[in-house]
Design a protein around this ligand. Sequence first.
Ligand SMILES: *Cc1c(COP(=O)(O)O)cnc(C)c1O
Length: 399
Amino acid sequence: MDTKKIIALENQFGAKNYKPLDVVLEKGSGIWVWDVEGKKYMDCLSAYSAVNQGHCHPKILKKMASQMEKLTITSRAFRNNQLSLFYQDLCKLTHSHMVLPMNSGAEAVETVIKAVRKWGYQLKNIPDGKAQIIVCDNNFHGRTLTIVGFSSEEQYKDGFGPFTPGFVSIPFGDAKALEKAITPYTVAFMVEPIQGEAGVIVPKEGYLKKIRKICSQNKVVLIFDEIQTGLGRTGKLLAEEHEDVESDVTLIGKALSGGCYPVSAVLSNEEVLGVFLPGDHGSTFGGNPLACAVAREAVKVLIEENMIENAAQMGAYFQSGLKKIRSPLIKEIRGKGLMIGVELKKEAGGARSYCEQLMEKGLLCKETHIHVIRFAPPLVITKKDIDWALERISAVLAP
Ligand SMILES: *Cc1c(COP(=O)(O)O)cnc(C)c1O
């Protein structure tokens, strides 16, 4: 079937909750993907950073296939031999004490919300039903009802109320605002170290250190949502390492499976996840042996193949190349590692049409927040590939 027919079919039967670019992909390898017409593209989105290790990484696929033939799921009614190893690997790697496995990122967020609330009632003696969680304006933590309820994006909420109470939102990057917002009922502050969906917003140097200190002083749990920034994307295993800060709880997902399977995890100190008792929380697929085997291999590959250092080096190279493009359309270029945002001026009329032009030239990326083009290729990208991309970006932005 050709592109037009496939799109027509999709439009006929599918819910319209996305507005994808009109490219129909059927194959991928590393940073490259191919459409049904055989045209090759460089993937500069990486499925919102779910495929940091590159498409169809052979080692991850091999592990997946071999585990699939042994055992895929047990449910948590029984134990399986992959889960404990998954725990051990993640704790060693991230200096965490306890792990809770889930599937999607949003589920990891929901999980930590439950955990910190219970923590607040038990360990801070907050009166029942009063627990408050502080979040940031322009956050993105997922799409469940509780999560969209504290989004500042009107469309995420419009028509979907009523919402879960117990959330307060403050400006991102403003440590003083956090200090002011804390009350005796505050249990946690949840924040992305770099806001991704908001348009790659990097806070001022020192912000993470400051909020760490404020949370400690006030006995507030600091939660980093590293579902997008984690696992090498910003040139460190976790973005919090850029300021040498440790959260109380870190959420990871997306690239945790190298894009092969939905796997997420709550990484925590003993106190927070320690509040859960049997029956408090669960997921049929969470922690299944297939997910655990795939995730272990995906993390191993990330480290063994030096993808994290590569992200730091190639990210710097990509950013400096972008900064050399003399375009009257560009307002700002920002980011860390291979999480890069190019903000266009309002006069450019939105980033979407430039993404479409880049697609024509064989480079896939996606606008975020109307005026920003995000460049976030798989972390296996090379200098030569970046030069190839820069040529096309330059041709579109500075014709
Ligand atoms: C993608 C994302 C989520 C949600 O993950 P899903 O797997 O789509 O539910 C949460 N937080 C951040 C920062 C994300 O980028």
